[in-house]
Design a protein around this ligand. Structure first.
Ligand code: ANZ
Ligand code: ZN
Length: 822
């Protein structure tokens, strides 16, 4: 198509041809461009042919019945602005989207409203896609949509489980797990909050069940070390660091008095060993059986069975009174040679360290409370440098009562004692992590069945890959019954199967996998979503992954974001992908509040974005949300601000409508200078996700150009392109009204000319009759008349000049101006 020449010249001025633009009608403009973009598949990327791939990822939504809320829109908009910005920089930006539709959220909601989760999910997805997401004006490539509940997706979730199982990274373990009596399911520690279910608030109890785990603890060190090299938001890295809970310390071996049993304890304070007056074993520790004396046996047994009813938080709460029981046996402190009693107490946890500790009551709060309660000896071995001490003293200081180590300070002493214990075979330096293995089985319905078969003869076998997916049967009665078994266990046709090895009748695993497994790998699937024969297309994966930019909520710091890293590392180790970290860059967005509090249904302060988008337009709403505050911090939602943004866009519209466009460069140095300044500032702000200040700078620029009768084309077009990531529809429309045939998003981001921004200054000396009276900072190269005018405005100079005549001015460029007066 030939490009129409839309500018008719009259003399050396142009008339505004953009008057064809009527009043700003967001409904018309937004639906027009959404339709055109979709029809032309404008945001669909040719993944194979793309020359400059850029993978921009946003955490995919869970399709709730309530629909997208403003928090989602805030998050998605910020991610889309980044995508558009990169597109305008010439990248082939892939911005996929999908639905995280399995999980207890959906299932519980379905139960509540008495519908089937499948039916609800399907409806919700349609609502999300057609009524909401498509109206946001984001660059989603819908041709690569994924939905975790599709068989074509969960087939591969099951496949990943099998790969991990075959690699020895998935195992079964019976044990006490957090159990929510209301959701009737197991919860990971991460899914409890202060001893309650994170989802429904019910108090969590402990239940003994056989569960599937992934050995994420094998990866603790790598997960920890890589934190130093990944470009992620600091708050997220900090949260992961805390969650991994790395401690450097030493494992010390204590022998029982009869020398039959060794007890390994983990401590971070080897400098205190001379103060260890007893040992404590976790009640579940297997060594308890070996050391327990007949006399104490029944009491210890009772104590053990009482313990399992408590959860971790109750057990480790500093304020709760300590409890414990004496085993009746003794061990030898290798440092002092003293006989010290061996106790069992629930403040020591089986899963951490070695599940056993040395009690040093003089220097540890919990040990102190315990020793006081049970009259155990308290021996101070660390003394503070200056003041007389009081136990427990938990700080560092000088060692006393510590044999040949007395006199050393804690750090030196700790090293010396560690070396001594290592040399004598009583200890070994070690690093421990608080991270626990990931419990991935759920005794629920709405998830991918775990692809395992139990054969009495052949053992535990993975479902052969050719038989995947193990279909989730369509159950009417999918309610959990509290038996600790999945509803699938009630479906005989599902449970019964043949052994893939011997052909005998066998049974299937009936648990489904954790929703977090679905989302731990979805970003790997997007580019290959149309492949049914392989999980990922090798070439596309090599080309598009790892993800260039991932944006999501800070609430996912330790669950989703840790699991994705683990799964990526595991798949890397299996040779399935060529990278260990999933995301080159991760940024956490802020949270939108209402009246200062987090939006939630229970508080009744959730804002529905749909009405605002309808009334004011997606462009206004996008910009308004981005203007609320720094993207990484969020802000407080109010109706008032929206109108202001809407008026701004109307004024932009009217400016473009009424202002004549001059095709020739016209001399207007101030405006040109400001244009470059704005290009620079907006570019830097968008790069660092400071969308709010980018918008503020566009507004300032607008104020400079708003009253001009004519504007040079570059100026108005610069303004539109800089605005386009925020307000894609209106800028696309105005762009076309200015005579363009191509999308504004196919133009180049306006770069600034740094030489035009140099405004270096220098100090000018102002003299009167050769005597220095003042100084003045002005631009380098300022000419005589400018310096003279500025100098005469300086108050003391004004006074000197009053009633006098300047008979001569001496000007030395960049240095001095001298008024000779009479
Ligand atoms: C002796 C000692 C003396 C300790 C002292 C502290 C102060 P972090 O930093 O969290 O790793 N501990 C070890 N294993 C435990 C378990 N399974 N359950 C409960 N407590 C356990 O803490 C390490 C310290 O926590 C260890 O160092 C141990 O107490 C305790 F003045 O050993 B310490
Ligand atoms: Zn068999």
């Amino acid at each position: 198509m030939e490009k129409k020449n839309l500018s008719q010249r009259i003399g050396n001025r142009t008339v505004p041809l953009n008057l064809q633009m009527g009043k700003y009608n967001h409904l018309e403009i937004e639906s027009k461009w959404q339709t055109i973009w979709e029809a032309q598949r404008f945001y669909q990327v040719d993944l194979k042919a793309a020359e400059r791939p850029y993978y921009n990822l946003m955490m995919f939504p869970y399709p709730s019945a309530e629909g997208l809320h403003v928090g989602n829109v805030f998050a998605f908009t910020g991610s889309d602005i980044h995508a558009r910005f990169m597109k305008l920089h010439g990248y082939n930006v892939f911005e996929p989207i999908g639905f995280d539709a399995f999980g207890i959220h959906s299932e519980n909601f379905a139960i509540k409203v008495g519908k089937h989760p499948k039916e609800l999910t399907d409806n919700n997805v349609i609502n999300f896609r057609e009524n909401q997401l498509k109206k946001l004006g984001a660059m989603y490539d819908w041709s690569h949509e994924v939905n975790t509940t599709d068989t074509s997706y969960y087939k591969w979730t099951q496949w990943i489980f099998i790969q991990l199982f075959n690699a020895g990274l998935a195992y079964q373990k019976e044990g006490y797990v957090n159990w929510c009596p209301s959701c009737k399911t197991v919860l990971a520690n991460e899914q409890t909050e202060g001893g309650n279910c994170e989802r429904c608030g019910t108090e969590v109890i402990q239940k003994n069940l056989e569960q599937w785990f992934f050995k994420i603890t094998d990866y603790a060190e790598r997960l920890y070390n890589n934190l130093k090299i990944i470009d992620w938001s600091d708050i997220i890295k900090k949260a992961q660091e805390n969650w991994l809970g790395r401690s450097e310390g030493i494992e010390i071996i204590f022998h029982t008095v009869d020398n039959k049993t060794k007890i390994h304890v983990f401590t971070t304070r080897p400098d205190t060993i001379f103060g260890a007056t007893y040992l404590v074993l976790a009640p579940e520790h297997p060594v308890v059986d070996a050391v327990i004396t007949n006399k104490n046996k029944s009491l210890v047994e009772k104590y053990r069975s009482d313990t399992i009813k408590k959860n971790v938080l109750e057990r480790t709460d500093l304020n709760k009174e300590k409890t414990g029981i004496n085993t009746g046996s003794f061990a030898i402190n290798p440092a002092t040679g003293d006989k010290i009693p061996i106790w069992v107490a629930d403040y020591v946890l089986l899963e951490y360290g070695t599940g056993a500790i040395m009690g040093v009551p003089a220097h540890d709060e919990r040990d102190f409370a315990f020793a006081q309660k049970y009259n155990l000896p308290i021996k101070q071995v660390i003394f503070p440098e200056w003041n007389a001490s009081k136990v427990p003293f938990t700080g560092k200081g000088r060692l006393e009562n510590s044999g040949k180590f007395s006199g050393l300070d804690s750090d030196e002493g700790g090293i010396a004692i560690t070396n001594w214990l290592e040399n004598t075979g009583y200890g070994e330096k070690t690093v421990k992590y608080k991270l626990k293995d990931w419990c991935i089985s759920r005794q629920r319905y709405w998830g991918p069945p775990i692809p395992i078969i139990y054969c009495d003869d052949c053992g535990i076998l993975p479902v052969p890959e050719k038989d995947l997916p193990v279909l989730l049967p369509e159950l009417r009665d999918y309610l959990p019954d509290g038996s600790g078994k999945s509803p699938l266990a009630r479906v005989e046709s599902f449970v019964k199967t043949k052994c893939p090895k011997c052909g005998k009748d066998t049974r299937r695993e009936t648990d489904v996998s954790d929703n977090f497994l679905d989302s731990a790998w979805y970003f790997l699937r997007y580019p290959s979503s149309d492949r049914d024969d392989v999980i990922f297309d090798k070439d596309l994966t090599l080309k598009w992954l790892p993800v260039d930019m991932y944006i999501g909520g800070p609430e996912h710091a330790v669950l989703h974001l840790m699991y994705t890293r683990f799964i990526t590392m595991a798949l890397y180790d299996l040779g399935l992908i060529p990278f260990q970290e999933p995301f080159k860059k991760f940024r956490a967005h802020g949270i939108i509040t209402k009246g200062g509090v987090k939006m939630s249904k229970s508080k009744g302060n959730v804002v529905n974005p749909d009405e605002y988008i309808k009334e004011f337009g997606a462009d206004t709403f996008r910009m308004y949300l981005m203007f609320l505050g720094p993207y990484e911090e969020g802000g407080d939602f109010s109706d008032k601000g929206i109108k202001g943004i809407r008026r701004f866009l109307e004024r932009v519209w009217n400016l473009v409508r009424h202002t004549a466009i001059n095709e020739n460069p016209i001399e207007d140095n101030d405006v040109i200078y400001f244009m470059h300044l704005t290009r620079k500032a907006v570019t830097e702000d968008i790069e660092s996700l400071k969308y709010n200040t980018a918008i503020a700078k566009l507004m300032e620029f607008f104020n400079i150009i708003k009253d001009k009768e004519t504007l040079q084309r570059t100026i108005i077009e610069t303004f539109l392109i800089l605005l386009s990531p925020f307000a894609p529809h209106i800028t696309e429309e105005m762009w076309h009204c200015l005579g363009h045939q191509q999308s504004i998003f196919e133009s180049a981001w306006p770069v600034y000319d740094p030489t035009l921004l140099i405004k270096e200054t220098t100090e000018f000396v102002i003299q009167i009759n050769g005597k220095i009276k003042a100084t003045l900072r002005l631009q380098v190269g300022a000419d005589e008349s400018f310096v003279k005018a500025k100098a005469m405005e300086v108050t003391p100079i004004q006074k000197f000049l009053q009633g006098k005549t300047i008979i001569k001015t001496i000007f030395v460029p960049n240095k001095l101006i001298n008024f000779v007066i009479q």
